[in-house]
Design a protein around this ligand. Structure first.
Ligand SMILES: NC(=O)c1ccc[n+]([C@@H]2O[C@H](COP(=O)([O-])OP(=O)(O)OC[C@H]3O[C@@H](n4cnc5c(N)ncnc54)[C@H](OP(=O)(O)O)[C@@H]3O)[C@@H](O)[C@H]2O)c1
Length: 311
């Protein structure tokens, strides 16, 4: 019988899929991934029934309404998923005494200072998405003591849609790519994030953690690094946020300080550029091999719908 039973919500998303595949390789762990079809987190009855059926020791809540711009016009839905959905899970988690991990975001901050943001700084989200994710944090703290709130940023990896894949795809379609250079943050590789979450959950060092790859850059610098590491020549042009209006405002500076990780003795996250290099090495190798097998340069790079300003 496995020692620990873990549920992952949002198990078909970027982070959920990564966590699922990594936890499957852990000994003494039984991991159950739930996509939206298996569990709609907005239904309290469904959440209660499923959790009582499975009785997990740990719930990793990675499901969310993540379309930052659409949330501005669809605020009820975003609140339902990110706020109420999280409340449902937190309430049931408390009943069954499961540890709880809630994935939150740098967008709970307004990012008006140019200093890395501490875990204990007061959030002040600019966007509806940020407000709804903060509501989720509130419900976690209100209902639970045995929780980890993991705030992260600018996620990319093998699964799902993200900025790195979009840049690679755009480079095949466009001669010139324009990307904003006045929003600063920390790109975070799903593998590194998942590894850190896996270190946290087997401890009782509960609390709010900032977990991103270390270092920072603008979206433009991130794009430049992607093309350098992938050896792709493009005409990459920096632009300002006001030249690229989006529905949702974003923080100008949302670099997160990792004080809680350091104070609790967890290893430092590697630099974002090293992580990116590692990801691209593996990802491009797989794409090339797949193309060789299929004999065509097919659409291996998923088009990203919702990433930050580029055209
Ligand atoms: N992506 C980023 O850059 C970023 C940055 C900071 C924090 N985060 C946070 O990190 C976590 C993981 O993000 P991600 O990039 O992996 O997100 P993602 O790829 O968009 O995955 C989120 C998953 O949640 C599912 N979901 C949505 N509504 C649901 C519902 N009512 N019931 C059950 N599942 C539902 C989605 O299913 P459908 O596909 O069917 O909608 C999707 O598979 C989220 O909490 C997000 O807020 C993300």
């Amino acid at each position: 019988m496995p020692a620990v039973r873990i549920i992952i919500t949002g198990a078909k998303g970027q982070l959920g899929t990564e966590l699922l595949s990594m936890l499957k390789n852990e000994s003494d762990v039984e991991v159950i991934g739930l996509g939206r079809e298996e569990l709609d987190i907005t239904s309290y009855n469904q959440v209660k029934k499923k959790m009582l059926e499975i009785m997990p020791d740990i719930i990793i809540h990675a499901a969310a309404y993540t379309n930052v711009d659409m949330a501005e016009e669809d605020s009820d839905k975003a609140f339902l998923v990110n706020g109420i959905g999280t409340r449902n899970l937190a309430k049931v988690s408390s009943k069954i005494k499961a540890k709880f991990v809630y994935i939150s975001t740098d967008y709970v901050f307004s990012g008006s200072n140019n200093e890395p943001i501490e875990e204990l700084e007061a959030p002040s989200p600019l966007s509806v998405y940020g407000q709804t994710k903060l509501a989720g944090e509130y419900y976690v703290k209100k209902n639970l003591e045995t929780f980890f709130i993991v705030r992260t940023s600018w996620i990319y990896g093998r699964y799902g849609k993200n900025f790195v894949k979009s840049m690679l795809e755009l480079s095949e379609e466009k001669g010139r790519i324009t990307v904003v250079d006045d929003q600063i943050g920390s790109p975070t590789y799903t593998v590194d994030l998942a590894q850190c979450i896996m270190r946290l959950i087997f401890t009782e060092k509960y609390g709010v953690y900032h977990v991103t790859n270390s270092g920072s850059c603008s979206w433009y610098e991130f794009a430049k690094a992607i093309f350098e590491e992938a050896n792709i020549e493009v005409d990459l042009v920096p632009c300002k946020t006001e030249e690229f209006p989006r529905k949702a405002p974003r923080p100008c500076y949302s670099v997160l300080n990792d004080t809680m990780l350091r104070k609790n003795g967890f290893p430092k996250m590697r630099n974002w550029r090293d992580a990116l290099k590692n990801f691209l090495h593996l990802f491009l190798k797989d794409v090339t091999e797949e193309n060789d097998v299929n004999g065509q340069a097919e659409e291996n790079l998923t088009r990203a719908g919702e990433v930050n300003g580029y055209k």
